[in-house]
Write a protein that binds this ligand. Structure first.
Ligand SMILES: NC(=O)c1ccc[n+]([C@@H]2O[C@H](COP(=O)([O-])OP(=O)(O)OC[C@H]3O[C@@H](n4cnc5c(N)ncnc54)[C@H](O)[C@@H]3O)[C@@H](O)[C@H]2O)c1
Length: 440
């Protein structure tokens, strides 16, 4: 659905008027396309604390941006601040000293990435300093403007964090801000792919709800990255599903995910096993609790949560999801913040978060599989086009980027999680919400 306000603010009179009225100033975001595969400008790499993390500079250099030349007036596409060795609150002065002079020199759609360490369980000074970085990036994300973002990457091993750093320093993370991305999972990294542009080559991914909206965009991104995509949707959506699958060279799988034989049919459609199981199918049946019949409650819980649990359990325990594979479920900001009229939907999406947190360590230990969730905020789809106008406008503007996300933003986040090189990302709930004001 067109965001006419965003278009208005890109014209000179529109910008003048909306500034005078003190209205939000969304900036067009630089998103990934074949013509714009990288951010626009150099990367400035800084260090705060006694020293930087060994190997991080080399890893950052491989992210595809030229290094800053430190010439006067230079403006940056991205600033990476290595704060991994910050050990006391006094060290935080160095974060200010490093970023204060450069924050205005970020180009539109720029990135600020703080590299931090996991919180120590025994050194509360280190834990205080490292946790402080979280509040810092969440605030900076609200300040930077011009379509720029700020995120915190927690790491111990630069190699394990490489796919995540590449994602953060690219247009693929356009709608992700104020987030903490942890890359300290325990699974080993696979050998590098023969074609870095197609990390999923030779692998199969299943995407539920793939006929339209976010699911179709996810299927598209995974196919671009080399996967053979099994596109699953309800039999009633067969025509659209077949079109999506054919466009991507994938396979349509018309099937209701709540059907008792769903897992069996998925396994049969992927005889060589699945690398990625993407649970995207989801429905809303909004009503305030006082007006909600049990049927509306049950349908939403069945599709959004129970079917995810049942099929994941079956496909994991039978080994249909291969070692080194991944499960990516879809939560929602509504599951974090709650929403009027959505007790059923929010309960189902919060349930997804519980599932991910509890299953992730066990799935890694027992099956060599990661389990993560994406939590979209306001994404421009048919689902949100049906929201009444004023609520829709509020949903669009109440985030640091002052605009809705696109299905591609969720798709790129899913593709990063599905990349075998992201094996160290486990048990995470990644909000793709432009740093929505709703929720944490
Ligand atoms: N659009 C947003 O702003 C937003 C925000 C937060 C979360 N989400 C979540 O993202 C996911 C995709 O949302 P969307 O906006 O693209 O929705 P959508 O309604 O456009 O697409 C959902 C797809 O799931 C399919 N589906 C529904 N029930 C199914 C079932 N039982 N078996 C198989 N397929 C089924 C539908 O046929 C449809 O093609 C959902 O889980 C949704 O809850 C969306």
């Amino acid at each position: 659905m067109a965001d006419r306000y965003l278009r208005l603010t890109t014209t000179a009179p529109g910008r003048f008027l909306t500034r005078r009225l003190g209205l939000p100033q969304p900036a067009p975001l630089r998103r990934w396309s074949e013509r714009t595969p990288t951010l626009d400008g150099p990367l400035l790499h800084l260090t705060a604390g006694p020293k930087g993390l060994d190997g991080l500079a080399d890893t950052a250099a491989r992210a595809g941006l030229p290094p800053a030349s430190n010439t006067p007036g230079e403006r940056y596409a991205a600033v990476l601040l290595d704060a991994t060795h910050l050990a006391t609150p006094a060290d935080l002065a160095e974060v200010h000293a490093a970023l204060h002079p450069v924050v205005r020199r970020l180009r539109p759609s720029g990135r600020i990435v703080l590299a931090g360490a996991p919180l120590s369980a025994t050194d509360h000074h280190q834990a205080a300093a490292q946790q402080a970085l979280e509040g810092f990036v969440r605030s900076l994300g609200k300040e930077v403007g011009h379509g720029s973002t700020a995120n915190l990457l927690r790491l111990t091993d630069p190699a394990a964090a490489e796919s995540t750093l590449r994602f953060l320093l690219s247009p693929k993370s356009a709608y992700l801000s104020g987030q903490v991305l942890d890359t300290t999972g325990t699974l080993p990294l696979p050998a590098p792919p023969s074609d870095p542009a197609r990390p999923l080559a030779g692998r199969t991914a299943l995407v539920t709800g793939a006929a339209q909206g976010i699911g179709a965009a996810v299927a598209t991104a995974l196919a671009r990255d080399g996967a053979h995509v099994l596109c699953l949707d309800v039999p009633g959506a067969r025509a659209a599903l077949t079109r999506t699958a054919e466009r991507l060279g994938g396979t349509p799988l018309p099937l209701d995910i709540t059907a008792p034989e769903a897992a069996e049919q998925i396994a049969a459609a992927a005889p060589d096993g699945l690398h990625a199981l993407v649970h995207n199918a989801g429905i809303t049946r909004d009503r305030r609790l006082a007006n909600m019949p049990a049927e509306r409650w049950n349908t939403v819980l069945d599709v959004n949560l129970a079917a995810v649990l049942t099929t994941t359990d079956a496909l994991l325990t039978t080994g249909a999801i291969r070692r080194g594979g991944t499960v990516i479920a879809t939560a929602s900001i509504a599951g974090i913040a709650g929403n009027t009229g959505q007790t059923n939907y929010a309960a189902s999406k919060a349930g997804i978060i519980g599932l991910v947190r509890a299953l992730a360590p066990r799935a890694a230990a027992d099956h060599g599989v990661t389990v993560n969730a994406v939590a979209p905020g306001f994404i421009e789809t048919r689902m949100t086009a049906e929201v009444p106008f004023l609520i829709r406008e509020a949903g669009r503007r109440m985030n640091s980027l002052a605009q809705g996300g696109l299905p591609e933003d969720v798709a790129e986040t899913t593709a990063w999680l599905a990349d075998p090189a992201s094996a160290a990302v486990n048990g995470q709930v990644i909000r793709v919400c432009g740093q929505s004001l709703l929720g944490a």
